[in-house]
Design a protein around this ligand. Structure first.
Ligand SMILES: [Zn+2]
Length: 171
């Protein structure tokens, strides 16, 4: 393990600040109100990193969600692993209607190359949204969101973006 990663945890935790309500809020870079940092060569959400450091790997097919509904919070006791369904339900209930960014969750089946193919096929009228949803075995609403650029908007913000593209203070 490179030295940088070995010493990562203490450096990481020092960038949170305890809020009055008990949340541990990320003071560094944020995207869509979620903290972002470079971790193991990738851009990751800080609450996910907090989970990994305190509890281990993200369970397969699960997303790390906040019981406190505070995106920048990295307090391990405020985090839980839920499914994509829980996440949507949670968001609907809380009326946030936000979309996870790009390949942000482990359940995201699509890659950037699929996204551009989807947009091309739709633009050139080769396939409609339902065909595309079937082809990629995803929800038609996801296709809609891709075509209307509600998600996967800016490539360099995607999950697989190179860490070098982050401002220095975020790395
Ligand atoms: Zn919290």
């Amino acid at each position: 393990m490179p030295a940088k990663i070995k010493h990562f945890p203490s450096h990481f935790w020092s960038r949170f600040k305890r809020a009055k309500n008990g949340c541990l809020e990320w003071q560094g870079c944020r995207w869509d109100n979620y903290g972002e940092t470079g971790f193991e060569g990738r851009v990751r959400k800080t609450h996910v990193v907090a989970w990994i450091l305190s509890r281990g790997a993200v369970p397969k097919g699960k997303c790390i969600l906040h019981s406190c509904d505070n995106p920048p919070c990295g307090e391990p006791s405020h985090l839980f692993a839920g499914t994509k369904k829980d996440n949507n339900k949670d968001r609907e209930m809380k009326g946030r209607g936000r979309y996870a960014a790009g390949e942000a969750c482990s359940w995201s089946k699509l890659k950037w190359k699929d996204v551009s193919t989807i947009r091309d096929l739709y633009r050139t009228k080769k396939k409609n949204m339902y065909d595309l949803a079937k082809t990629y075995s995803v929800d038609p609403r996801l296709i809609w969101a891709i075509i209307h650029r509600k998600i996967w908007k800016v490539r360099h913000r995607g999950y697989h973006s190179r860490i070098e593209k982050l401002p220095k203070r975020c790395r």
